[in-house]
Design a protein around this ligand. Sequence first.
Ligand code: ATP
Ligand code: MG
Ligand code: FE
Length: 344
Amino acid sequence: PLVLGIESSCDETGIGLVRGTTLLANEVASSMDLHARFGGVVPEIASRAHLEALIPSLSRACDTAGVKLTDVDAIAVTVGPGLAGALMVGVAAAKALSIALDKPLYGVNHLAAHVAVDMLEHGPLPEPTMGLLVSGGHTNLLYVPDIATDVRSLGNTIDDACGEAFDKVARVLGLPYPGGPAIDEAAKDGDPKAIPFPRGLSTKKDLEKHRYDFSFSGLKTSVTRWVATKQAAGEEVPVADVAASFQEAVVDVITKKAVMACRDYECDNLMVGGGVSANSRLRTVLEQRCTSAGISIRVPKLSLCTDNGAMVATLGAHLVAKGIAPSTLAVPADSSMPIGQVMG
Ligand code: ATP
Ligand code: MG
Ligand code: FE
């Protein structure tokens, strides 16, 4: 089936077109620049930007794919979780298209879509798969016995998201926004063992209660204090060493917990999504630890890892192929949609 996917949960307006598991178009318009001076996404601005970007993105996607809207067999849209007003723009557009084209509507979960997108590049998702989602907005471990019907949240961040920690620490070090790529680059000249920054939720006691959860705010505070102490003493801050040591702390915890989850659930497939999957150290350490644990890793290309419409279309196409009943036109945008709920 030819499926249209609409994504508007945060600051990216994404329109994707897929036929089965073949990608035909993936148009992404971001309002990130508009939020930069506020130091975070402003919901009202994001919603307005979605409204402006949606129709032009839709036209471009159809042009790129060489299809007409009337060729579309089904419409998939992110119904949650995300910013309420932002979600509503995409959901309203999807409902209007569903009525106008008389085609079924699939309201899907944003996180499940992040996992499903891997099918575009690596074919059918092995079941079960462990999903590790690391981005500016989420840090999750998902156990996925069946991407159409059974997605289970094992763990989450209890404070900052992983990418958010990169962005905040970059600011402390005077590196540009977004901080992830800047820290990745600066760390290449640094010693990851220079400073023993804390590994969040990793002690034996932590693991009892928060085995698959993450925490990065203590790490961020620790880096901030360390830098402030240096500055107060009038010493130069060794930016490369701090960046490398911070990055090592993040990567160490994420990779250990991901491998631990795979072992606990006897799952030998790990799928990684989200913008932080671009991190070079994360890729290296994951490769090492997964190889020695006999786990195979799948990481889609970066344009599919960050928020986009193709991932929504891919999950929609999979639901259609599995014969899953569509959503009703009454499906609401649900900003706090439970992670385990694949469809709205
Ligand atoms: P979502 O709504 O999915 O959370 P987002 O827009 O907040 O989306 P993404 O676009 O998926 O997040 O990813 C952006 C984040 O990834 C930023 O926090 C950025 O610093 C981080 N990032 C990008 N490249 C790297 C890198 N090489 N190393 C570490 N972090 C990175
Ligand atoms: Mg974004
Ligand atoms: Fe996302």
